[in-house]
Design a protein around this ligand. Structure first.
Ligand code: IPD
Ligand code: CA
Ligand code: CA
Length: 266
């Protein structure tokens, strides 16, 4: 069984094409770590190269679609009905350090709602995809969120704060409160993979503040189609591309939300 629709085929094909140079670039990182110039510039060019391949492939099929990307900003601004939301490398810091926990993330949005999404870790060869009404998949197998019922048994993932965050203390105290009340908390450094791992039951829940829409756009449909629950909290309506997210297996959703709101659980 596999997810097979024109839209998903188009996105996965673009991912496969872009990943060829990304895998090559990742292989170069080790050498660059020891060079005097360092890998910083190299990574930003890997980011741009990957994004260009993705945009070219998607535009061949739909030249008129809007595109919201991390590196190139917004393309075809006037089309708000059909939009691709792209992060060419999510988990840049991992990529830069030779850690194979990063992914290409592409969501497709129609009239403001994410309808399909693909998150691809090219090193692990794990392709997560989902489409509204047609389920969520990892490679060719259907995936579902975990069945964990009690927050105290839950394995939770999070990320942040960013270096420049102005609410670091808030994020740290949230982290303490959550970690005191769950089985354990992980930080893996790729929001897209964090959310995909909730969709396939590896983690029971995920929360993070100060994300960008492209970090989690594809993940939104993955969670929903895998039977989980996703919502956004304390969002600023004037900043639609900034997101605080809570995504869970749905059983532990309210408890995790309470912990984030600093209400201790007995
Ligand atoms: C970052 C990753 C990371 C998250 C950061 C994001 P990038 O995206 O998703 O896990 O904690 O907030 O900015 O910069 O690697 O594309
Ligand atoms: Ca990102
Ligand atoms: Ca990125």
């Amino acid at each position: 069984m596999r997810l097979n629709s024109p839209q998903i085929n188009l996105i996965t094909k673009a991912c496969m094409k872009a990943s060829r140079s990304l895998i090559r670039d990742f292989g170069e990182i080790e050498n660059l770590q020891v060079s005097t110039k360092g890998p910083g510039d190299f990574v930003s060019s890997a980011d741009r190269r990957t994004e260009k391949i993705l945009i070219d492939e998607l535009q061949k099929a739909h030249p008129d679609y809007g595109i919201v990307t991390e590196e190139s900003g917004i393309i075809n601004k006037s089309n708000k009905q059909n939009r691709w939301i792209i992060d060419p490398i999510d988990g840049t810091m991992n990529f830069l350090n030779g850690i194979p926990q990063f992914a290409i993330s592409i969501g497709y949005e129609e009239d403001g709602e994410i309808k399909s999404g693909v998150i691809f870790n090219p090193i692990m060869n794990e392709m997560f995809c989902a489409e509204k009404g047609n389920g969520a998949y990892l490679n060719n197998s259907r995936i579902r969120v975990s069945n964990k019922k009690k927050i105290k048994d839950a394995l939770i993932v999070t990320g942040g704060p960013k270096g420049a965050s102005k609410i670091k203390d808030r994020i740290f105290s949230e982290y303490i409160n959550v970690s005191k009340n769950v089985s354990n908390v992980r930080k893996f450094g790729s929001a897209a993979l964090d959310i995909a791992y909730v969709a396939c039951g590896r983690f029971d829940g995920y929360w993070q503040r100060e994300l960008n829409y492209w970090d989690i756009a594809a993940g939104i449909i993955l969670i929903k189609e895998a039977g989980g629950f996703v919502d956004f909290f304390e969002n600023d309506e004037n900043l639609p591309l900034k997101k605080n997210i809570l995504a869970t297996n749905s059983n532990i959703h309210n408890e995790l939300r309470d912990l984030i709101n600093k209400k201790d659980i007995e």
